[in-house]
Design a binder for this molecule. Structure first.
Ligand code: GN1
Ligand code: MG
Length: 370
């Protein structure tokens, strides 16, 4: 059998690039796709690329995913160029194969894509300063703003009902009923807690159905580690992980920043006594998002910014719980109870957000956001 290195080398050579493959190593903390950083020698200079295998179990239409990413990155590149900014750190750049397609398919039918690696910038799992939170929210807000005028047809829904929180509850309830792995008895308090949040968690979807908050083009996976922060300037630069860029609600993007960026210990922390929402980081996120997205958001969107963090933290918590009950088939796990631990971490954060909701509402009022 081919070695892993030979496999990666042969695969990446199907993309149009120059230079010689040296080595590929696993990269990043994704829960879904497989990511490698590849080092090349090009005329005596070391260059890096990112090579990623799209998880076909999660993304059933990889070509649809790549079509979206191709359109979105091309549009953003055009905007950056029009603003006469330096492009190299500000958007992902896809490589193409000999037919001009932004992916290659391996012998087993898996889809792979490759990006130019962005140097001198990094993604943070746990944020260190409010400045970083501000920059992240500013960058995700700017990303939505850049896509407001994306021409052409509606983007493909790469995962249907991805942030349909009521449907996520239906799936949890089904998993509880079926109890295929006999795990329900172990998680009764978590199920009860989840169900107590069910009604409120449907708020954003209800507001969308009633026409109060609009569909937009959104990122849908705005974890703090999906932005590269410039090592030199501290600016939020390149938005990563574009698989779920599709029609969605702006508030789910803000909410997922709150979920991921304000967690004092990060979503993998097992000791829940270390988990709470850092208000200083929330405030910075709020200010940063308003600075870049405030111009296009409607009053109903602004009004629900504080609640959005609670809703999506609930949603991701129940997704981890559901995956645990279904036998850990969706998220990659690194230990047997990883999904349950993640769920408990998220529910602890939900409680902390709830405790601080009045203060969050007060901040909106004090800043005069409406
Ligand atoms: C997954 O793979 P990653 O870490 O970018 C998931 C997100 C969750 C996140 C939780 C396509 O994202 O929705 O919020 O894990 N992505 C998908 O860490 O399901
Ligand atoms: Mg992702």
């Amino acid at each position: 059998m081919k070695s892993k290195q030979a496999f990666l080398r042969d695969l990446v050579y199907k993309f149009t690039l120059y230079g010689d493959f040296l080595v590929g190593v696993p990269f990043g903390m994704g829960n879904v796709n497989d990511t490698y950083q590849l080092t090349f020698d090009q005329g005596g200079t070391r260059l890096h690329y990112i090579l990623q295998r799209i998880n076909g179990n999660v993304f059933r239409d990889p070509r649809g995913v790549m079509e979206n990413i191709d359109r979105v990155t091309a549009h953003i590149l055009g905007k950056i160029r029009a603003a006469h900014c330096e492009t190299r750190k500000r958007t992902l750049r896809l490589l193409r194969n000999s037919e001009g397609k932004p992916y290659v398919v391996d012998e087993q039918g898996h889809y792979w894509r490759a990006y130019v690696f962005v140097e001198n910038a990094r993604a943070y799992e746990v944020l260190e300063t409010p400045e970083q939170a501000y920059r992240i929210a500013e960058a995700f807000g700017a990303f939505q703003n850049q896509l407001v005028d994306l021409p052409g047809k509606r983007l493909n829904e790469t995962i249907p009902d991805f942030h349909n929180t009521p449907k996520r509850f239906e799936r949890l309830e089904k998993a509880v009923k079926e109890d295929k792995f006999g795990r329900v008895k172990e998680v009764l308090p978590e199920i009860e807690f989840a169900l107590s949040l069910k009604d409120e968690a449907g708020t954003l979807i209800r507001l969308n159905k009633s026409g109060d908050i609009p569909e937009r083009i959104t990122h849908n996976d705005t974890k703090s580690n999906n932005i590269l922060i410039d090592d030199l300037t501290g600016e939020g630069m390149c938005v990563l992980d574009l698989d779920t860029v599709m029609p969605g609600l702006s508030l789910y993007d803000f909410g997922d920043m709150v979920r991921s960026a304000t967690n004092s210990a990060g979503e993998d922390e097992v000791d829940c006594s270390k988990v709470w929402m850092r208000f200083d980081l929330y405030e910075a996120l709020y200010r940063g998002f308003i600075s870049s997205a405030g111009g296009f958001m409607t009053a109903a969107e602004k009004e629900n910014l504080p609640l959005s963090g609670k809703i999506i933290t609930t949603e991701i918590g129940i997704r981890f719980l559901t995956d645990y009950l279904e036998g850990d088939t969706y998220f990659k796990i690194r230990r047997p109870k990883h999904n349950l631990e993640r769920c408990r971490n998220q529910f602890t954060l939900v409680k902390s957000i709830t405790e601080q909701m009045a203060e969050m509402q007060k901040l909106a009022k004090d800043l005069g956001v409406r």
